[in-house]
Design a protein around this ligand. Sequence first.
Ligand SMILES: *[C@@H]1O[C@H](CO)[C@@H](O)[C@H](O)[C@H]1NC(C)=O
Ligand SMILES: *[C@@H]1O[C@H](CO)[C@@H](O)[C@H](O)[C@H]1NC(C)=O
Ligand SMILES: *[C@@H]1O[C@H](CO)[C@@H](O)[C@H](O)[C@H]1NC(C)=O
Ligand SMILES: *[C@@H]1O[C@H](CO)[C@@H](O)[C@H](O)[C@H]1NC(C)=O
Length: 439
Amino acid sequence: MNNLFFIICFCLCIQTHASASSNSSKSNTQFPKEAHPTISGYLSISKTSSSAFFYTFYEAQNSTLPLSKTPLLIWLQGGPGSSSMIGSLYAVGPWRITESITFEPNPGAWNKFFGVLFLDNPIGTGFSIASSPQEIPTNQEGIAKHLYVALTRFLQLDPVYKHRPIYIVGQSYGGKYASTTGNYILKRNARLHASKRVNLVGVAIGNGIIEAVTQSRTHPANAYYEGLINARQKSELEKDQLEIVRLAQIRHWSEATIAWRRLQGKLQNMSGLATLYDYTRKDHPYHYQDWVTQFLNIAEVKKALGVNETQVFKSSSSNVGEALLGDIMKSVKFMVEELLKSNTIRVLLYQGQLDLVAGPVQTAAWVNNMKWEGIEEYVNAERKIWRVNGELAGYVQQWKSLTNVVVLGGGHLMAADQPVNAQTMIQDWVLQRGLYQNV
Ligand SMILES: *[C@@H]1O[C@H](CO)[C@@H](O)[C@H](O)[C@H]1NC(C)=O
Ligand SMILES: *[C@@H]1O[C@H](CO)[C@@H](O)[C@H](O)[C@H]1NC(C)=O
Ligand SMILES: *[C@@H]1O[C@H](CO)[C@@H](O)[C@H](O)[C@H]1NC(C)=O
Ligand SMILES: *[C@@H]1O[C@H](CO)[C@@H](O)[C@H](O)[C@H]1NC(C)=O
């Protein structure tokens, strides 16, 4: 226990130090007016705690509907502990950060037809405040409760938000947040007068980590058939995977998480890949976390966002990572099933095809045996070829409220790799156009 405590403190100190020494002569960095959120600030979790969610909100720019009817998307980054500011400033927001810490317009902005709310979740993540590490939730129920409070507070900020159709989008481990919060809202709604309900319409999960133990089972064969490892290496990884199963069975959840990470590390070592999140990358592509961190630690930027200058931004929180270490391997497949069974919530699963951690193969492993009356029809539904501007973009499979999209040319953070196709996907799915019309 002492050792663990030491390690956590150690990591924190290192990170704080690194952030504090970021280049302050960059303080004149351009923060284009268009890249400023419509509003941003804090949403407190209760009257008795100083813990609060940080958010940025970008209103729809070109909605064809009145704003009061324009869909509202909520973006939740994964991790656990990754800031949604990555999604905002690098993936789906209106402007994208570059290596020189300047901005360029995002051709795939999600706030063209929809308002997009980015929440640093759970508390302790990004600019969100945890009054103490103990207040950070250690399970999905705690996270859903907090998110529900944050969301309802946000909706009260302006009458124009109140009754808009809401879609929760969870990236990677954020898929769990989206599933469990969706369920929490359903349960609350059932007990509330219609005027007080949260108008949840859909849940989207991008390269989701929903049933990690099942997903981990696919790694050896998946890598083998991609030609990344040989048969002997495949057998070795299969043994490691059995250890994950064993640890999960005896509910040693944190150890199971560590065993999964070890398996991934081994696969990365065996294959020599720069990252398993995109098996076509020979160099590590993920420097945007550093760019976002540099940018958000500039005093003027904090001021513009309504953040106290004393707050240090970290793109990934080790406190949150530690709090939820034991949650990662726990399945929330039943939560997705509940959403489908409700017959009121639409579910979108989408995956960048190049991701070996939570890509199409890993997703199919838990989706295809879901307990839901429509699953057989879904599995046997036609897989439609999807083109954007005449070019092959991926594949869409749909039955009733369940839609699955495989996006070619994208890795784990697909929306950043294929911005235009990601934008087309989310717009067509939300607005039920093209291949996404309900059957
Ligand atoms: C800080 O940024 C400036 C301007 O980009 C650069 O010239 C300088 O070398 C940087 N200093 C450090 C310590 O990185
Ligand atoms: C909204 O439309 C204007 C005019 O066509 C365009 O310049 C702008 O980029 C659009 N905004 C978004 C977020 O797509
Ligand atoms: C991967 O290789 C590095 C360098 O040889 C080593 O330090 C590390 O322990 C290896 N990781 C795993 C999970 O085998
Ligand atoms: C910023 O935070 C510091 C330290 O927590 C506090 O003393 C100060 O009052 C805060 N400033 C504002 C403007 O809230």
